[in-house]
Design a protein around this ligand. Structure first.
Ligand code: UD1
Length: 345
């Protein structure tokens, strides 16, 4: 979206999970727009070096609190310590496989921290909230591109925590007309800040395609496994809607300028699909590395095609994802090649 189209805004935004991948890029976008930013993060799955990078990239200071949002008292303290006007809630766990093995960990972390944030917001009369949700709530979609009113039905505990979070927000918004809650369903976030100094830093073996492909390109892993070539797609591999993390970050900034109250849901995606083999080919092109791969069995729970219908966000938030797959992979490669071991380099 065009940055010039939004007015300057110096409200203070609490960004929970702001040291993580999407939260950190959103913090940069908020600071660039003139907002003040306070990050609350327990650093369980993220690095304080991301917070340093945000400050370095924007040349602006920001608040940081190491907080566990499953602790209601600590969550309330944030609102007494900082003059918070609105909240963007990213904090949570997001690994599908892990959520199947440790469902309670997911329900406790994701659902309880959302409850506490909502509770503390109500107590302190802060009514504007943007929440990170996921296209995973659509389960195996009946049609693509997927509009927001498509049936939901998550297929794993992680997805169910996102659905519960959405439902909690919807219920709460009905209790007071001052609530303005925007639920953003992300498709496949990928890419990095164009500086190459802020990006995705997964712990362990990346579960997602783009960081895995990048780690192969940089020589950290021998080859990509392509999870199935027998899907009903043009080349038989899974098709996804890869959205540049900067476009996604700008979607959150746009959501903060939503004019109406109530709880509303928007897809954030490009509406354009790319297959696993497309990603490997374009990543090879931008990195100059011939990326080896082998075909393996399908991964349990994967769907053939997931593609956003982003019309509603285009129309009502004035937001559009304009960055291409090539830009996604070029920026991901810049980050990976400058920081082969993530923030540890
Ligand atoms: C996954 C999660 C989803 C989450 C999203 C964003 C699952 C089943 N779904 O979505 O809940 O919201 O990430 O974090 O984990 N692929 C390979 N080889 C790999 C990795 C992936 O071939 O090593 C394929 C997959 O089969 C899929 C595509 O690449 O077709 C994208 O996979 P991935 O990046 O994991 O995203 P999703 O599965 O769409």
């Amino acid at each position: 979206m065009s940055r010039a189209s939004l007015p300057a805004d110096d409200r203070t935004i609490l960004v929970t999970g702001g040291a993580g991948y999407i939260g950190s890029h959103t913090a940069v976008a908020l600071l660039e727009r003139g907002h003040h930013v306070v990050i609350a993060d327990n650093l369980a799955n993220s690095s304080s070096q991301a917070v340093d990078a945000i400050s370095r990239l924007t040349g602006k200071p920001l608040g940081f609190a190491q907080v566990d949002l499953t602790d209601l008292e600590a969550t309330n303290d944030l609102f007494t310590s900082f003059p918070i006007d609105a909240v963007i809630h990213f904090a949570g766990l997001k690994a599908v496989g892990e959520s199947v093995e440790h469902p309670l960990r997911y329900y406790r972390t994701n659902v309880l921290s959302m409850m506490n944030v909502l509770d503390a917001m109500a107590t302190h009369e802060v009514f504007e909230l943007v929440v990170s949700s996921s296209a995973t709530v659509y389960g195996d979609p009946e049609m693509v591109p997927i509009p927001e009113d498509a049936p939901t039905g998550a297929t794993n505990p992680y997805g169910r925590t996102k659905l519960m979070i959405e439902q909690m927000c919807g219920d709460l918004a009905l209790t007071d007309p001052r609530w303005r809650i925007t639920l953003l369903r992300y498709f496949n976030p990928a890419g990095a800040h164009p500086s190459g100094d802020l990006g995705e830093d997964p712990t362990g073996i990346p579960a997602n395609l783009v960081p895995f492909v990048m780690q192969v390109a940089v020589g950290r892993r021998p080859q990509v496994q392509v999870f199935g070539t027998d899907y009903a797609t043009p080349d038989g591999t899974g098709v996804r809607d890869y959205i540049h993390v900067i476009d996604l970050a700008l979607g959150h900034v746009a959501a903060l300028h939503r004019p109406d109250n109530g709880c509303k849901t928007y897809n954030l995606g490009t509406g354009t699909g790319a297959s696993v083999l497309d990603v490997i080919r374009v990543a090879g092109h931008v990195s100059g590395v011939d990326i080896p791969y082998e075909v393996t069995e399908r991964r349990a729970g994967d769907v053939a095609v997931s593609l956003a219908d982003p019309t509603l966000a285009n129309r009502e938030l004035g937001w559009r994802a304009d960055r291409t797959l090539e830009m996604v992979l070029r920026d991901a490669w810049r980050w990976q090649s400058r920081h082969p071991n993530g923030f540890n380099d």
